[in-house]
Design a protein around this ligand. Structure first.
Ligand code: PEP
Ligand code: MG
Length: 580
């Protein structure tokens, strides 16, 4: 058995037979001289190949839009723009005429040069765009060389798909029902492949950096998308262990699915709401299946992570409308664009900053790009008539900033009225409480809004001064730090004093131990990734509110996260499990 380690990019465990999708390998490119008299014919071959490549991409785009929604067409729109790029055509023609070499060789050289340039950049997001260059140039080369690609749409038995680099078009084209898991040398957690794998609920380990090549066609492979482990040709004991883990997870999911239609009600009758966080509109199926009572956080910035161009007001309107309609009468909270920091959007001009997490992020960025902000606000407002939508501003740090955001919302409403576009006049407006200054003055902010949602991922980061993405200090990112607990309590109390509900959409809400403490502190709503919903619902249903209050009161007296962890482990041992 060999063990490979990559990035856990999409959760779940899968066991299956490896299918090596090596079609992504560079084909052998012929190189030969052409004469002056052959130049025009050579150029015509290129024009025909580009035309066919465009037909392929248009067909893929139409399929993506049909099956997954307008915003997924953007990937292919950007490929079409590249195929029409006059620079591409001009430089290919110039190389042809100056080098007198065949077209395959020239296209290949051109692709290599662009990829090299992108790889030399510091920006990992731009580096990931090499995938798109590979995609379009390989498509042109395939047509030039009459080389038909094996289509992943033709997969007809269950496989673990192993590739050097699956392209966005492969993810869209593949027969998803046959793909048990994805293992890939390339790719980061923000790559399209990772985003789409999560949206399709396919376990995935990416970023193996070359070691995926150690797998052979037909090898039995275990893929653990929760830890990033890949076991190749596992010994019988390992296989048995993973079969057991998988069966236990499936059994647990089955039991928990029975909770989907039940309320999140404590033993003594107190009811809270459990909602889900989503990144892409396709996740609504999973949200409903896991029994979430709404969407507490739609991270709208993922619509902007597609390369090519920022989504228009129209395409945002369609995407928000789809989510709101899919959720029926359940509430959907759309957070306005939270870019900057660790979320870099290729098409927005956010320059490199010394301290990006303290810099031009989220609401700060939106307030400085009013056109972009206005188009998003109008798109949300217009979509609000399809159901129960809410608007939420991220990273609010003080009342003046909040007033500016609210003024922008009023301006967007005025513009919709002017255009005669209908929207919900009384759409609820809330803010994320994720900056310590906002938590400290929650009493000042509360009267201005309809709800709070505590973002502990950032609140912990800023309170304890611990970069949430830095593995060296990850041990300090501690939800039970007394400072965090006190801030959370203050936000809940201040929200309630002003008569508004308080939610939490940071990861802390998905931990069953924390859920008991938060319930006891009076939290009204919990929002988390869809797969965590059943566990937290079960936790809430297995405890009394009075007991949760007693637990929270004890926790407030403790002086370190370690004491709290130990206390909760002992106190909740018989009822609440953290690992199912
Ligand atoms: C948070 O900060 O807790 C949050 C939910 O927002 P994000 O993780 O998107 O920063
Ligand atoms: Mg945040």
């Amino acid at each position: 058995m060999r063990t490979l380690q990559g990035l856990p990019a999409s959760p779940g465990i899968a066991i299956g037979s490896a299918f090596m999708f090596l079609d992504d390998e560079e084909p052998t490119i012929p190189r030969y001289a052409v004469t002056e008299s052959e130049l025009d014919a050579e150029w015509d071959r290129f024009v025909v190949a580009v035309g066919k490549a465009k037909d392929d991409v248009e067909a893929l785009r139409d399929r993506a839009v049909r099956e997954m929604g307008q915003e997924h067409g953007a990937i292919f729109d950007s490929h079409l723009i590249m195929l029409d790029d006059p620079d591409l055509l001009e430089s290919i023609e110039a190389s042809l005429r100056s080098s007198l070499l065949n077209m395959e060789w020239i296209v290949h050289q051109y692709a290599q040069a662009i990829v090299k340039r992108l790889e030399g950049l510091d920006d990992p997001v731009l580096q990931e765009r090499t995938v798109d260059v590979h995609d379009i140039t390989r498509r042109i080369l395939n047509h030039l060389m009459f080389r038909e690609r094996f289509s992943l749409a033709d997969l007809n038995s269950d496989v673990v798909l192993v590739a050097r680099n699956l392209l966005p078009s492969d993810m869209i084209a593949m027969n998803r029902s046959k793909v048990r898991a994805i293992v890939m040398d390339a790719g980061g957690k923000t790559s399209h492949t990772a985003i789409l794998a999560r949206a399709f609920e396919i376990p995935a380990v990416l970023g193996l950096g070359g070691s995926a090549r150690a797998i052979r066609n037909g090898d039995i492979v275990v893929v653990d998308g929760n830890t990033g482990d890949v076991r190749v040709q596992p010994d019988p004991q390992t296989l048995e262990r993973y079969e057991r883990i998988r069966a236990r997870m499936a059994e647990r999911d089955e039991t928990l699915s029975g909770l989907a239609s039940l309320p999140a009600k404590t033993l003594d009758g107190k009811e809270v709401l459990i909602k889900a966080n989503i990144e892409v509109p396709e996740e609504t199926d999973s949200v409903l299946r896991h029994g979430a009572q709404g969407i507490g956080l739609f991270r709208s910035e993922f619509l902007f992570l597609q390369p090519g161009r920022a989504p228009s007001e129209e395409s945002q309107y369609v995407a928000y409308g789809r989510v709101i309609e899919a959720m029926g009468d359940r509430p959907v909270t759309i957070r306005t664009l939270d870019v900057g920091g660790d979320k870099v959007v290729p098409d927005l001009a956010i320059e490199e900053e010394k301290n990006p997490l303290l810099g031009w992020r989220a609401i700060r960025y939106c307030l400085s790009d009013k056109e972009l902000f206005q188009s998003q606000l109008r798109a949300i407002l217009r979509a609000s008539v399809s159901g129960d939508a809410r608007i939420m501003f991220p990273m609010i740090s003080g009342p003046v900033e909040l007033d500016s955001a609210l003024a922008q919302l009023e301006a967007a409403k005025a513009e919709c009225r002017r255009r005669g576009q209908s929207f919900r006049e009384d759409i609820p407006v809330g803010i994320m409480i994720e900056v310590p200054s906002a938590a400290m003055i929650a009493d000042i902010l509360a009267p201005k809004v309809d709800f709070f949602s505590i973002g502990t991922n950032d609140l912990i980061q800023y309170t304890i001064a611990v970069d949430r993405g830095n593995e060296r200090v990850a041990y300090l990112h501690e939800p039970f730090h007394p400072a965090v607990i006190r801030l959370v309590k203050k936000v809940i109390d201040d929200g309630h004093a002003a008569g508004i509900p308080v939610s939490m959409c940071g990861e802390m809400a998905s931990d069953p131990f924390a859920a008991v403490v938060l319930l006891g502190l009076g939290l009204d709503e919990f929002s988390m990734s869809a797969v965590s919903v059943p566990d937290v619902k079960r936790t809430i249903r297995s405890i009394g509110f009075a007991e949760a209050e007693a637990v929270a009161n004890e926790v407030l007296k403790l002086s370190s996260h370690r004491e709290t962890e130990e206390f909760l482990a002992k106190r909740l041992a018989d009822r609440v499990s953290r690992d199912g």
